[in-house]
Design a protein around this ligand. Sequence first.
Ligand SMILES: [Zn+2]
Length: 651
Amino acid sequence: MISNSKVLALKYRPQTFDDLIGQNVVAETITNSIKADKIPNAYLFTGIRGVGKTTIARIVAKALNCPKGIENKCKDKCDNCDAITNSSHLDVLEMDAASKTGVDDVRELIEFSRYGPTSSKFKIFIIDEVHMLSKQAFNALLKTLEEPPQYLKFIFATTEVKKIPVTVISRCQRFDLSRIKSLELFEFIKEIKDKENGRITDDALKLIVKISEGSVRDALSLLDRALLSLDKDTELNLSSAQKIFGFFDKSQLIDLFELIFQGNEPRVIEIYKKIYDQGIEPKVFINDFLELLYYFKNINSLNLESTNFSINDNEFKKIKNLSNQIDPSTLILFWQFTISTLDEINIVSNQNLSIEMFLIRLIHLSSMKKKNNIERNPQNEIPQEFDKEEHSKTINQIKNITQEEKSNPEINTEIKSEKKLLINSLEDLIEICTNKKEIKLKYELEKNVNLVKFENNRIEITFNDSLDKSFVKDLSSKLFEWTGQRWIITFSQLKGEISINQKKKKIKQNLIDEVKKSEVYKDVLKNFPDAELVDVNLNKKKRNFLMTDFTKIIDKAKELESKMKESHQKIKEIRVEGVSGTNSVRLVLDGEGEMQSIELSEQIMKEEKTVIEDLIVAAHNSAKSKLKIKTTEEISKATGGLGIPGFKWPL
Ligand SMILES: [Zn+2]
C-alpha cells in the first residue's frame, strides 16, 4: 500500500521551482534574474527550519547549471541535475558550516575556487547554516565574495541571519523564506497522501499542518508517522491523529471560548470533558487557554504568521470576529484569572474539577460584565472590585474543597450549597452574596447600608438614599432561601456603623498613613521630593489578612471596648482586705487601689512605732496583691476568648 522506501521528505523533495510550494515570489524573482542574465554573486536564503532553504539552494544550482537552460528547465532529469540532487556534482560543492566552521575550511574552499568549472557553466558553493562560520572564516570568505571570478557563485542558507556580518549580507541577494501558509501546506500533503494511497481525513491532515507550524519537512515527517500507523482498511481521523501526535486542537478551545461568552454552561463542560478525554493534561489545557486569550486580546495587531501557525487561517478569522464583540478589560480579567488557576491546580487533588469550576467562574464573570454594561453603572470601579473579590473568594473556595475534611465547618457551610447556610455577620452575608452571584445585593450591602445590629435572624440597618427600594424584599427572600429561616430586617433610628466600603477606605487610608511614617518612604521623599504616595498594596498573603483578619480584629476591638467598660464598673466595686500581725492591722482597698478604711488593734498600739509602720505596710501590700488578682480575673472575663494575638492589657 505504502510504497515509500525513502522517507516522504526525501521522496517528495521539490526538484524544480514548479514543485516548490509557498515560495512563488522567490522562485519568480530568481528565474527572472537568471533569464535576464543578472545573476548575483551570492544568494542568501533565510527562514525557519524545514521551510526549504537547502532545497531552494539546490534548485537554484540546477537552474544555473542545467544544460537545457532556464527557459526549458529540467523537467525530465538530466545527468547534471541528478548529480546536484544527489550531492555528487563536480562543480557544485555543498558545505555544512555547522561542522566546518574554521578559517582553514574556508581557505580550502577558496583554493578550490581558483579553477573554473569542469563540466558546467558555474562553479557553485552551497554553504548551509552559514551563520556558524567563525569570524576569521567570514573574513577569508569576504575577499572572494567582493570580487569573485565570473564562474563562481555562492548560495548561503541560514536560520539565524542576525549572526551573519553585515558586510557579508550586503554582498548577497537576500531572500527571506516565509513559513508555508496553512492552506498551501494542506493541499501539498493531501496530494502526497493521495499519491501514497493513504487514508487520512482532511481534519487529521489539518492537524498535521497545524502541528508542523509552516515547516514542510515537519509536515512530511508527521505524515510519514500517520501513514505508518494506519491499520489496514481504517481511515485515520482527527481524534486518532490527536492521540498519535499528542496534540489538542485549538479550534475546540475557540468554540469553548464562544460558549463561555454565550453563557452556555452545559455545553462548556461537555466540550471540556471531550478535551479531557483526549488525554489533555489540565496544565496543558490552561496554558493553551492562556495562549488563546493572548490572541483574543491582540488579534488586531497580529497577522497569521506571527501566531506561529498555532492557529490556522479559519481560526484566525474566527478569533478576530469574536474578539470584536468582547470587552478588552474582560479579557485582561480572564488572563489574571487563568494565571491564578495555573497556581491553583497545583494545590488541588482533582485538577479536572478545578478546571471545570474555572470555566464556570469565567461564564459568570462574563455574564456579570455584560449585566454591568447594560445597567450602565455610573460608578465604574465597582464591578471591578466585585471581580477581584470574586476571584480571591473562589480561590479560597477551591482550596477549601480539597481540605474539606480538615477545614473549619463554619467555612464549609458556605460551600455545600445543598445544605442550609449559617449567616452570623454582615461579612458572612456579603461573602455568601458573592458566592451566590447576588451581585446587586452585595453592592447594596457594601455601599448603601450601615449596620446597626446583626443577631439571631435579625438585621437592623440604616441606609442612604441610593438604597434600592426592593432591597429588603429581595434580601429577605434570599435569606429565607439560603438559611431556611425567616429573617427580620428593620430600619433603625440609631446611627449605624460605617458601611463596608467606607470601612475598607478607612483601612486603606490607615495603611497609607502608616507607610508614610516609614523610613523607606522618607528616603524616597529625600530622593524624589515631588513623589506622592497614592496607594499601598500589601502582598497577597497580607492582603488576605487585611480583608478577613483585620476586619475581624476591628470588630473584636469594638466588642472588647464595651466589655471593658462593663468590667471597669465591676472593678470599681471591688473591695479587698489586707491583714497583718494576726489581725492587729486590718485595711480595705477599693478597686482603684484607694484605701477605704484602716483598723489597728488595741494591743498593737503598745508596740514600737517602727513595728506598727512595718505591719501597716505589710497589710497594704497584701491587699494590693489580692486586688491585682481580682482585677486581672475581671479583665480576663472581658477579653477571654477574644484571642487577639499580641494583645496585652496595660496594667
Ligand atoms: Zn537538468
